[in-house]
Every structure is written in structure tokens, then in C-alpha cells.
Write a protein that binds this ligand. Structure first.
Ligand SMILES: [Zn+2]
Length: 410
């Protein structure tokens, strides 16, 4: 978008309506008085807007809050049952998911299609199919939010050239969806969307600056800066997975060497864990085995085990060494990002949700020991509130956020 383009500015009334709705939907404020205090708007302004919301079926008054104090109890406000719903669409390497949510991000229904091969045409068919199934359940829809694996062009709504995506490139997904559906449709990167969900409704609700890190078969990130998702002018999201942790390391598909993704993506680490567990099993009885398995069952290397599976198993020196190496690698790239961004929190998503809490604490320790600013303040590392659903809920949040900013008028 050119800097010279004229802008139809959002009126202050639209802005105030969006803000009040956001505070109610996120349960930050439950009463008119709280809304007035939180926004600095007069009680009259708040009362007028809430009356409009109630008339429109956006907000409902719930049962009075029981308090010990004498006098009238305040009436609690919540998003109405009659309020429009939002649809989130998530495009991953191995599946397409769609979710139907309230404006408070309660999940009402979900649909998904899994695949191990895909053409561009199939991608559209699958997207339409999961959305259509949700539309059969609900007609009162505010809009559709899309979240996709990167790299993407956020402004054009195009999935550019994700590695390991069956050779599919330059997918104009936003344009295709807009041709088929009459709703407002918004597009963003999957980890930006996850960061948005955590910022609006999750662990980052009261955090102005944080970094979302998602580790799966790729490693991605989303940045919240000054309370907003960071969007570059070029529309390309941050790619923490391609921070080099060894400039002499192996060549990455991106052209750089020693990218974090080459060492610490889930597939690679699970492969190392299987090898570590397998060595333990096959070496049982072998003098080189430092840890003896106590039963035959424990000797079986878990072929399809996830991080959660490995964390449930009794730990050995070998498997712990693999986890430690992964955490050292991840912390190296994280510290580089932390020294540039100085976030208040790091939020972990995707397969990090399966990590044991002691691995999260170890990562926190490594990052805090190595970051350049040592000012006694701990940089917390936390798992996402929405867990593995953060990207999917985030897709739906791409619509809600536009409503909360006053850009979608009802
Ligand atoms: Zn790379």
C-alpha cells in the first residue's frame, strides 16, 4: 500500500465500540463501571454504546454478581448467544483445519482434512470443504480469518514458497476465498495468528512485547510489539527458524548456512531421540550402555513417539542429552532475537507444548543467562494458553481483531 493512499479513517465512535466489545469478549471488563474506568470514556458514553450492543444482539446482560456489599449489584456483561460467529481456517503442511468460534473464542465446532500429498487445486477444494461444513451449522457469520504456513505475503494473501509443501508455490488463497464467500476475509501467517490469540485471550493478554516461538517440522515465530502484531511493510513475517547458529554449518534451503531449523525442528529431534532410545535398547547387555533398562518393554524404541511420549518414558542420559542439545540450539537463536527485540515474555507453541516443564525451565535458564541485558528481571518462557490450538484459534482471531479495532462495522 502506498504511503500516499488516502485513508477512510475509523471514526472515534467505531473505535470506541470496537474497544468496548474487545474488553467484554476478552472478559477484561465485566461491568459498565469497569469499562468506563478502563477506557476513560464517560459512564454515559459506555451506557449508550452498551445499549446499542444489547439492541443489536451483540452483548447480553447476565445474572447479577453476588457481592457481600449492600446496594445494587452490578450487572455483568458478556457476548450474546445471538452475536455473530467467526470462522478460522488454518493451512498446514499435513492438514487443513477450520473452526467455528464465538467472539470470545469458545470453540463451537471444528473440521479438518489430513493429507500426505497435495496439489494447488486440492488445497482450494479442501479449504472450501471444511468452511462449507461449518457454514451448514451456522449462518450468522461475521467473517473468515485465515492463517497459513510461511513464507507468506500477508498483504496480498499469498502463500509464497513453503519448503516441503509438495512443490506448491504462490497460492493466491485470499483471492480464491473472496471469490467464493461474501464475508469479510482476513489473512495472516500461522505464528502471527497464534501470537494474536495469545495477546487477545491468552498468556500475553497483559504483555506488550512478546515473542511466540512455534517448533514443528519447521520453526516459526510471531512478534508482538507495543501490544500489536509486528507486520513488516513488505508483508513477510519473521523467520526465527532461519537464524544461523553456525555459519560453517550445513546449507539450508533458504541459502544460509547452519539455520536453527536444520538442528532443532521436531522431525530431526525426534529422530535423534529414537536413535538415543534405540541405542539403549539394542545395547542392553552391552558394556557400553550407561543405563540399563529395567524391563523389556522399556527397551523398545518408540517408533511414533512424540515429545510427550519421550517425556513420559524414564529418562536416560542419552535422551536427556538430545533434549539438552535441542534446548542449547533453540536458546542460541532465541538469545539473538531477544537481544534485538527485548521482549517481556517468550511464548512456546506447536510441539513445544509436549515438552516437559523441566525443559521449558531449562530453556528459560539458558536464555536468561545469555541475554545481553542483565537487569535482575527474569524473561519468562511459558507455554501458549491455547496449546496446540493457538494457530487455529489465531486464524479466527484475525477476524475478531478487526472487529475490536473498529474496522468491521455492525
Ligand atoms: Zn535457512
Amino acid at each position: 500500500m502506498s504511503q500516499m493512499t488516502g485513508k477512510n479513517s475509523i471514526t472515534s465512535k467505531q473505535f470506541n465500540r470496537g474497544l468496548l466489545l474487545k474488553l467484554i469478549a476478552t472478559q477484561t471488563c465485566r461491568t459498565r463501571i469497569d469499562l468506563s474506568k478502563a477506557t476513560g470514556l464517560t459512564k454515559m458514553t459506555v451506557t449508550n454504546i452498551i445499549s446499542e450492543f444489547i439492541q443489536q444482539g451483540l452483548v447480553a446482560e447476565s445474572e447479577e454478581e453476588q457481592t457481600e456489599v449492600c446496594g445494587r449489584n452490578p450487572i455483568l456483561l458478556e457476548i450474546s448467544e445471538k452475536a455473530p460467529r467467526v470462522i478460522g481456517l488454518l493451512i498446514f503442511r499435513d492438514r487443513i483445519e477450520a473452526v467455528l468460534c464465538t467472539l470470545s473464542m469458545e470453540m463451537l465446532a471444528a473440521e479438518s482434512i489430513h493429507f500426505d500429498s497435495l496439489t494447488e487445486e486440492q488445497l482450494y477444494v479442501y479449504c472450501f470443504s471444511v468452511i462449507d461444513r461449518l457454514l451448514e451449522k451456522e449462518k450468522n457469520i461475521l467473517g473468515i480469518g485465515v492463517a497459513a504456513i510461511g513464507p507468506v505475503d500477508i498483504w496480498k494473501g499469498v502463500i509464497l514458497n513453503p519448503p516441503r509443501f509438495y512443490g506448491i508455490q504462490n497460492v493466491p488463497i485470499l483471492e480464491k476465498l473472496k471469490k467464493r464467500y461474501a464475508f469479510p476475509i482476513f489473512f495472516d501467517h500461522d505464528n502471527n495468528s497464534a501470537a494474536l490469540a495469545e495477546r487477545l485471550f491468552g498468556i500475553g493478554k497483559n504483555v506488550q512485547d512478546f515473542l511466540f516461538l512455534g517448533i514443528s517440522n519447521g520453526i516459526g515465530s510471531g512478534i508482538v510489539s507495543g501490544g500489536e502484531i509486528y507486520h513488516s511493510h513488505r508483508g513477510i513475517p519473521p523467520e526465527i527458524g532461519h537464524i544461523s547458529i553456525d555459519r560453517r554449518g550445513p546449507l539450508c534451503v533458504c541459502g544460509n548456512r547452519g539455520c536453527l531449523e536444520l538442528y532443532a525442528n521436531t522431525d530431526i529431534v525426534l529422530k535423534k531421540l529414537r536413535a538415543a532410545a534405540g541405542m539403549r535398547a539394542s545395547c542392553d547387555g552391552d558394556s557400553r550402555a550407561p543405563v540399563r533398562a529395567s524391563s523389556a518393554k522399556l527397551c523398545q524404541p518408540p517408533e511414533n513417539a512424540s515429545f510427550a511420549g519421550f517425556c513420559r518414558m524414564p529418562q536416560t542420559a542419552e535422551t536427556e542429552a538430545v533434549f539438552e542439545e535441542m534446548l542449547q540450539d533453540v536458546s542460541a537463536a532465541l538469545v539473538t532475537s531477544v537481544n534485538i527485540l527485548h521482549p517481556e515474555m517468550i511464548v512456546l507453541g506447536h510441539d513445544c507444548i509436549d515438552w516437559d516443564e523441566r525443559h521449558v525451565r531449562r530453556l528459560e535458564e539458558l536464555v536468561n543467562n545469555r541475554k545481553v541485558v542483565h537487569d535482575q528481571s527474569l524473561l519468562p518462557v511459558r507455554k501458549a494458553h491455547f496449546g496446540k490450538e493457538a494457530q487455529l484459534i489465531g486464524a479466527a482471531c484475525n477476524v475478531a481483531d478487526q472487529m475490536f479495532k473498529g474496522a468491521l462495522i455492525l
